[in-house]
Design a protein around this ligand. Sequence first.
Ligand code: PYC
Length: 440
Amino acid sequence: MTRMKKPARYSAAGLIKRGITGESWPRAWRDHELRSSYDVVIIGAGVHGLAAAYYLAANHGITNVAVLDKGYVGGGGSGRNTAIVRSNYLTPEGVAFYDRSLDLYNTMAADLNINVMFSERGHLTLAHTDGALRTMRWRAEVNKLQGIDSSVIGPDEIKALTPSLDTSPNTRYPILGALYHPPGGTIRHDAVNWGYARAADALGVQIHQNTEVTDIIVRGGDGGDRGDGSGGGDAKGPGGRVTGVRTTRGDIATPIVLNATAGWASLIAAMAGVRLPITTHPLQAAVTEPVKVFLPTVVVSGSLHVYVSQTDRGELVFGASVDPFATYDMRGSLDFTEELAGHVLELMPGISRMRLLRQWAGLCDMTPDYSPVMGFTPVEGFLCDVGWGTYGFKAGPVSGEQMAECIATGATPKLIAPFSLDRFAAGRLVGEKGAAAVGH
Ligand code: PYC
């Protein structure tokens, strides 16, 4: 991979000069007039879309690229997640894929010249039942076979690693063991988004915020010409070839459109006449006031539907499973807060006096097998990087890298071949439910 040359304006000398003179910092990415055509249009300026744009430019020299977002950079799932990274999945396909993402996260600070605060602090997935323990053993074996550092440990080792957890046998849901994955950890999600945006911009990619795609123009195919401004729907048939997109700022001609959205993935795909097996659910998260750092690892409990980590500032960041109903609504609920507090206190009774500062929600596009949909679709020139459920942030770098290769070479890279859309029709599912944090 091409390592980005540091622009002089972000060099150490630039930092010192600005410190002395008080000169303000340049914009990390610029605004542009919309061109009438681009080689590639990417919908979604989250980590996936921005990473794809960056790797198109850095690895393949394709720079006539527009990244469009109806909101702002990193304002969707990329800014609403709990910033956990790991590669301890259940299927060999999943493990190889997420491990490449961890590699890219490991070198990201140097590659993008930005402090992404990567903290490789270890990741514990607790098991409270024999069934859960069996799944952890299964994952550990699959992980080890692929050279991933994962093993099942018992309550004493868990206590030694994370003393604040109640590992006594007298709790309502005693901790029987855990999958311990030392390479897992957390990273600063905004810095990741901003790093890719700034690096892509420096290489000539145009990022257009507040630019909503209202339709995708497709010529030919079973559905005939489409892109009439109706915004899609089942009436459009499959096949045909992408020729452009309609946006709130005008039409753009392009032979390639990448759908890198989360939350609205199936609506965008429908504009091109492509049906996705996705239902969209909210996922709520919450953060406490800051306290002295006491929680050294990421802790996940699938049975208690909760995961928690502590930021460098000292706040505890909590997440749960997706809400059990499909909606695009992102309001928080008291049910969530009560359930979360009850479950967290089962694990860490000592934090009962900590105060929650705020809670929020993001949208998760869930597929039937808890794996993403990546690659080509029946519409020529329309590609998808979607279906990211509750695990999209950690896959941003590898997805960007692989989708860029897919676009540049016109061939599906081996690493993402298992995640093609046609697997649902062919019955080749990649079942990751047992490793999807608390997706079950
Ligand atoms: O899959 O690790 C995960 C995860 C963390 C938060 C939501 N999903």
